[in-house]
Ligand binder design. Structure first.
Ligand SMILES: Nc1nc2c(ncn2[C@@H]2O[C@H](COP(=O)(O)OP(=O)(O)O)[C@@H](O)[C@H]2O)c(=O)[nH]1
Ligand SMILES: [Mg+2]
Length: 440
């Protein structure tokens, strides 16, 4: 996996989420870890700070969808934001015209010739008839290099001096042979950028490609931004392939910098071998990079939960009739801090909203946090059927959550009181009596 170090560092940061309570301090710590990892991968400083500020803000302020743990939520936010700097969509090189012609450009050593061979192999494996045209008249042995490396037909002339003529002849040669895909390799050896651009334009004119692909060496990190922009100004760059992402510490910088130019990164090179090329799918790439095995199911879980975020009447009924368990209470308490659904329930009961002072149903952050820690140490069965929690369970829960038996009992008392209170709410018309000792 390319960008191994970046992936490992962010993954290690995310693993801290399983350590215990996900509070402000932990979120900040994780953001700092991510910051460090991204800076080491040569991602632009401004981008890194914008990104981590957004992660922190969202992680601390966003409403937690019901049924989603704080840890899952933070993971999803980190995934979202990092995907955002690499692009959302997967864009592919299409072989639809007959023949489809691709022109590869880029500075010397960026990996053009290698990538031509890899692309040939990639599309050959998918059933296309592919040919490569070598127009490099500068580098001795360029034609031989390509012929040896490639698994498809290569057109060229080791003695040739005229790159434009080679391009023209090569395209004709393969067109005559009913080739589906013609890939044209260029030299890009010039020291003078102006000369290189001039030759590129002339070759482009005779080849008339469906797509001009810029090949960029990923090891240059965020400098890739300038390079991409310079080429984009000079020619009609359709897409970008970033090479040498295997083992390059700066690959993250190159990927994010190129994405920032607006040109789609369609493929990435991850090694010297002919098969080391893959289509770039930002979402899958980030999921793999962060070691998020099942991000899809997490995403759909969050989506579903968000869609049902507002408290339903059914939920309200559960509370009004006192038929709620600790799990329901936990979810409600989570929401209380952000939107106060308890108040919402109150409003659903005519004439009641007025009677209950709002501070009575607002729980302090501190207590809420403690409750959550305690509930995290309960089994599912206990959360669903709190009646079953006996003294021995209380001791275990206290140990597991690093609290005292008294605190666990405090939570259970609170639960029972809420139950009682809500049962009373349910019996409309009756005068409301708050249970003795009710407080939050
Ligand atoms: N590790 C690694 N090396 C690569 C990759 N792509 C190209 N190279 C190497 O980079 C060097 C220059 O590649 P070449 O294709 O000749 O670049 P060109 O001058 O743009 O045609 C060669 O030694 C390649 O083996 C890649 O994805 N990973
Ligand atoms: Mg070359």
């Amino acid at each position: 996996m390319p960008l191994d170090n970046l992936g490992k560092a962010i993954n290690a940061a995310l693993r801290k989420l399983t350590r215990g309570v996900v509070d402000e301090e932990l979120v900040k710590e994780i953001c700092r870890d991510i910051q460090r990892a991204l800076l080491q991968a040569d991602v632009n400083v401004k981008l890194v700070f914008e990104l981590t500020t957004r992660i922190e803000e969202r992680a601390l302020k966003e409403k937690l969808p019901p049924g989603i743990s704080r840890a899952e939520h933070v993971t999803k936010i980190v995934y979202d934001e990092i995907t955002g700097v690499l692009g959302e969509k997967k864009e592919k090189i299409q072989v639809s015209a007959h023949p489809t012609k691709l022109l590869l450009v880029g500075i010397q050593g960026s990996g053009k010739t290698t990538t031509c061979g890899k692309l040939g192999r990639f599309f050959q494996k998918r059933g296309f008839k592919v040919g490569i045209v070598c127009t490099d008249t500068y580098r001795p042995g360029a034609f031989e290099q390509l012929k040896q490396f490639s698994t498809v037909d290569v057109f060229g002339d080791p003695e040739g001096k005229d790159a434009i003529k080679l391009a023209k002849d090569g395209v004709k040669y393969f067109t005559d042979r009913k080739t589906d895909l013609i890939i044209v390799d260029t030299a890009g050896r010039h020291k003078e950028e102006a000369d290189l651009i001039e030759e590129m334009k002339r070759i482009s004119k005779v080849v008339d490609p469906q797509e001009v692909i810029l090949v960029i060496d990923g090891t240059i990190g965020q400098q890739a931004h300038q390079q991409a922009e310079a080429f984009m100004q000079a020619t009609d760059i359709g897409s970008i392939i970033i090479t040498k992402l295997d083992g390059s510490a700066k690959g993250g910088g190159a990927l994010s910098a190129v994405h920032a130019t607006g040109a789609p990164i369609k493929m990435i090179g991850e090694g010297e071998k002919i098969d080391a090329l893959e289509e770039f799918d930002p979402k899958r790439y980030v999921a793999r990079l962060l070691g998020l095995g099942d991000i899809e199911s997490l995403l759909s879980k969050v989506k579903e939960a968000t869609e049902h975020h507002e408290m339903t009447e059914k939920d309200a009924m559960k509370f009004m009739t006192g038929k709620f368990n600790l799990k329901d209470m936990y979810q409600q308490l989570e929401m209380v801090t952000s939107m106060g659904p308890l108040q919402q329930i109150m409003k659903m009961i005519p004439g009641l909203g007025m009677n209950v002072p709002s501070d009575m149903i607002e729980m302090s952050e501190e207590r809420l946090k403690k409750f959550k820690v305690i509930m995290d140490s309960m089994t599912r069965d206990e959360l669903e059927t709190p009646k079953k929690i006996h003294f021995s369970n209380i001791k275990r829960i206290a140990r597991g959550s690093g609290t005292s038996s008294k605190e666990v009992k405090g939570l259970l008392d609170q639960y029972n009181m809420m139950k009682k209170l809500f049962k009373q709410f349910g019996k409309r018309g009756k005068k409301l009596r708050l249970p003795k000792g009710f407080q939050m």
